[in-house]
Design a protein around this ligand. Sequence first.
Ligand code: C5P
Length: 416
Amino acid sequence: MTQTLENKSVLLVISGGIAAYKSLELIRLIKKAGGAVRCILTKGGEQFVTPLSVSALCEEEAYTDLWSLKDETEMGHIQLTRDADMIVIAPASANLIAQMANGLAQDLASTALLASDKPAIIAPAMNVRMWENPATQANIAKLQEYGHTIIGPSEGDMACGEYGMGRMLEPEEIFAALTSAPQKKTENAAKPLAGKTALVTSGPTFEAIDPVRFIGNRSSGKQGHAIATALQQAGANVTLITGPVSISDPAGVKTVHIETAQEMLKACEDSLPADIAVCAAAVSDWAPKQHEQKIKKRGDASPPHIELNENPDILKTISNHKNRPSVVVGFAAETENLEDNAKAKLTRKGCDMILANLVAQEGAEVFGQDKGHIYCVTAASVDNWQPMSKSAIAKKLTDTIISSLDETETIKSAAE
Ligand code: C5P
């Protein structure tokens, strides 16, 4: 994987969206890393950034018109993608995504992309309803199937005043995806986890006290869902087992919805054998002894006691299962003695890797936030990943899992 973009040429397609202004910063980052950038602006893109500002930053003309004679004589639309080592679309509007997914060639951007046989990195940006629309989700799934990489969107306040999934990733995150992108379109480079199966747990569990009350927690499922997406984008066949969350099911991932720890355990065991397991769910440690009828207030009598039974430890069960996956990853939230505590948890659970969140520091993982500060702890090492977005954590974990599987396979074949 390249850390710089020295001598690489990047084709950046900017389509219509308020996030287009962030792409100017992306151009700057690519140039700073030694890459050359050539830009195509759609008509929508031109409404948000001008060809002049784009070409000033790229230090070459910004391409906008399919029918420009000059462009066709000096730089044909086919040549635009042919010349590029990498293609990135940021922001990718719902419209451009739909055109790509359906093979339409209506303007310079869609025509150039249709004439390309290279995988593109696509950073969607749109209103949350547009993103959640089944038509967009089906288009996204198709693009992934065609070998493109979808990064983001993330959740947050939108320019239209709504809140939700649809914000384009930050320029630094798109840049990180570019520098870690496979450079050649070979089956294995583009999909290093092709043929592997993965199970991921995510979100909270809800444990019923009576028919209307439950014990739960504030887990948003963002981290687990991002991991399912990253593994799927790397080519794995992913089953996501999630407790109740308000975010959408990731595109292209088989998602099983459960409520209780017992149901989560059963769904996990049903998904074995698998090559990879990542337990990111915040599983309730206890379940109340359930009451069949709603518990009533009892006048002046003292409040009822809730009797608790211990829940199964899913991570531990998977780690010690007869069909144990080759790589088992757990999470931990630590406020102190991170290394010792995480190592002790690694041994106690029997897993291969613990992603320990440092919760005492600013910017560290807190339920529902978009960023986390992870230390990746294995029996052999402790690696400080520095604070980064949950999708960047998911991508880094996926890369770590790929290396770990490669090592296991090398050791196995050496022993044979
Ligand atoms: O024991 P603790 O809850 O701190 O461990 C956290 C890790 O164990 C997380 O990966 C979580 O998903 C997993 N876990 C589990 N089943 C439980 C409790 C935790 O899989 N009952």
